[in-house]
Design a protein around this ligand. Structure first.
Ligand code: ATP
Ligand code: MG
Length: 243
């Protein structure tokens, strides 16, 4: 089933066609990777999907409803959560408080005055545990390693209980050992959510993705299973740099 779709979606910055007339479909329940060389338009594309960047042309449909003009906040309420290439945690708050803020926002929306302190605490601890940060509850975000900051950001995204989780280079700054753990976590998340992942680490992409979209110069160069993409000659030339 098509969950999210773009029709001729474009974002031009002056003469730069960062994203150029992209027709894209994300299916419910899948893990989709978006790959492509630096400057291919991946971040711009996903920024438009979550509402941080306005398209210069085209449409975005969520379950057939046009959300092109819906704000980023409202898209979050519709079930789209994202974590970005640049970490966006509150550096002077500890891990617990960062996650609590995200949980609180959702519970307020869902339960209103029925939200209890205990429920807030339970959910906050659950999200911290889920990403492996339970022991860092009291640590200020600024004192976390870069990899742990990314996990904190992920916990904040998960706190929104999203239907679609978008991640822009989540494994950047991870140690090898953290990458394996991350893969297990993403598979768990994908049991209840659709995951859209921009990722440079090809091992992560090949082992996690159900399907891959390759962007190059603002356009879709290829789409398919990891096997299709690995053996696609155009992808090898444009992206992997081999003939
Ligand atoms: N706000 C902006 N103003 C002008 N140009 C921009 C802006 N944002 C992105 N671009 C340009 O648009 C193109 C696509 O950038 P984008 O960041 O989307 O690529 P990317 O695929 O995410 O690259 P990377 O792999 O390096 O993260 C690049 O040429 C970039 O310089
Ligand atoms: Mg990017």
């Amino acid at each position: 089933m098509s969950l999210l779709q773009t029709q001729n979606l474009s974002c031009h910055f002056g003469g730069i066609k960062a994203v150029d007339a992209v027709n894209f479909t994300l299916n419910a329940g899948e893990i989709r990777a978006i790959i492509g060389p630096n400057g291919a338009g991946k971040s711009t594309f996903v920024s438009m999907l979550c509402g941080r960047q306005r398209p210069t042309d085209g449409r975005i449909l969520l379950k057939s409803t046009d959300i092109t003009d819906v704000s980023a906040d409202k898209r979050t309420a519709l079930g789209i959560a994202y974590t970005f290439q640049i970490t966006s945690v509150f550096s002077q708050l500890n891990c617990y408080d960062n996650v609590e803020l995200a949980v609180q926002g959702r519970l307020m929306r869902q339960s209103g005055s029925r939200m209890t302190r205990q429920r807030l605490r339970e959910e906050t601890c659950h999200q911290l545990e889920r990403v492996g940060l339970a022991d860092y509850e009291a640590t200020l975000a600024t004192h976390l390693s870069y990899g742990h900051q990314r996990l904190l950001e992920l916990a904040m995204g998960l706190s929104l209980d999203p239907e679609i989780l978008m991640l822009d280079e989540p494994t950047q700054g991870f140690a090898e050992s953290e990458i394996d753990q991350f893969g297990i976590l993403i598979k768990q998340i994908a049991e209840d959510a659709t995951v859209l992942l921009i990722e440079h680490n090809m091992n992560v992409v090949m082992s996690l993705a159900d399907s891959i979209t390759v962007l190059d110069q603002g356009r879709i160069l290829a789409e398919g299973t990891p096997q299709d993409i690995a053996s696609n000659a155009a992808v090898q030339t444009a992206y992997l740099g081999t003939d």
